[in-house]
Write a new protein. Structure first.
Ligand code: GUN
Length: 295
């Protein structure tokens, strides 16, 4: 029987742990972690994510500072806001929801965030630390989605060391940091992408397959090695025809109905990676708070 990795439940446990930790931190420091959430414009998916992040942060006792800016804000004004947040003492984490509008240079914005407040772990300093194996994970700010995937893998309790891991997708947000995390666990890691030759056969070699391409149901069942673990990062909204009516449905990057016939364990969409991403954001914010009180 294929086991379904319950991201909802694992995330709930992590959120409970963080909530208790924040109660203890409040007793010690008489303050709670603060998270600034910056959204520019009104991309529908971003609004959904920002709402979910804000709600979860509030629930665990993190104070949220909401900054929803007009689509046409200029880059300098956005940088000024980030500078202000960098200096705001009760803000421990800063999250700039991506994507940003085309006229804004995303990397310049991410680089401007104080690395000690980098709730997403996207700043070059934190990206670098992640790639240096000697840093201790405990107080590192690690990109939330790949860290959530790793926690789900660890929850299975299987040995990761020596496994062949294939990550499909080379984004800075998921693919590259995912590969670093798996490498840290002593997996043999392949990063596949849109130019990879014979992708089905590359995937077939994976004991651990992480799909992060953003293409609905691209990974077919017969791409998957029997007994592999499949982590589906994709969240794609597609139209389906149900009884003559067009409805929308969320699907991953993996064709679930086929993949479950091959996989030992698989994450569902929704209810897999999504909730873990949010829980890991709360983790990063709490770590940033603790680090700031230690320094
Ligand atoms: N857009 C899609 N995923 C993410 C994420 O993890 N963090 C931010 N800030 N933006 C995103």
């Amino acid at each position: 029987m294929t086991s379904i990795i319950n991201g909802k439940e694992i995330a709930q446990n992590l959120r409970d742990k963080i909530k208790n930790e924040i109660i203890e931190l409040k007793n010690i420091y008489n303050s709670v972690p603060g998270l600034a959430v910056v959204q520019v414009g009104n991309v529908a998916a971003s609004s959904v994510y920002v709402k979910a992040k804000t709600k979860s942060a509030n629930e665990v006792g993190i104070k949220v500072f909401d900054h929803h800016l007009e689509e046409n804000i200029n880059q300098d004004d956005l940088l000024k806001l980030i500078e202000k947040l960098n200096n705001q003492i009760n803000v421990n984490g800063i999250l700039v929801q991506l994507p940003l509008p085309k006229h804004i240079n995303e990397q310049i914005v991410l680089d401007s965030i104080d690395p000690s407040k980098d709730a997403d772990g996207f700043h070059p300093l934190n990206v670098g630390k992640l790639s240096i194996a000697s840093h201790n994970d405990e107080n590192l700010l690690i990109p939330c989605t790949p860290y959530g995937c790793l926690l789900m893998l660890k929850e299975l309790g299987i040995e990761l060391s020596g496994k062949n891991a294939v990550v499909i997708g080379r984004s800075n947000i998921v693919g590259k940091p995912m590969a670093q995390l798996l490498l840290k666990e002593s997996c043999t890691v392949t990063i596949a992408h849109s130019k990879t030759n014979d992708l089905p056969n590359v995937c077939k070699n994976a004991d651990i397959l992480v799909a992060a391409v953003g293409r609905p149901e691209m990974v077919k069942g017969d791409w998957i090695k029997k007994g592999a673990i499949v982590i589906d990062v994709g969240i794609n909204r597609i139209d389906i025809n149900k009884d003559g009516e067009i409805k929308t449905k969320l699907v991953g990057d993996v064709k679930y109905s086929e993949a479950e016939k091959y996989a030992y364990a698989i994450t569902p969409v929704p209810g897999g990676v999504g909730p873990m991403t949010i829980a890991c954001l709360l983790r990063n914010t709490t770590i940033a708070f603790k680090n700031s009180n230690l320094s």
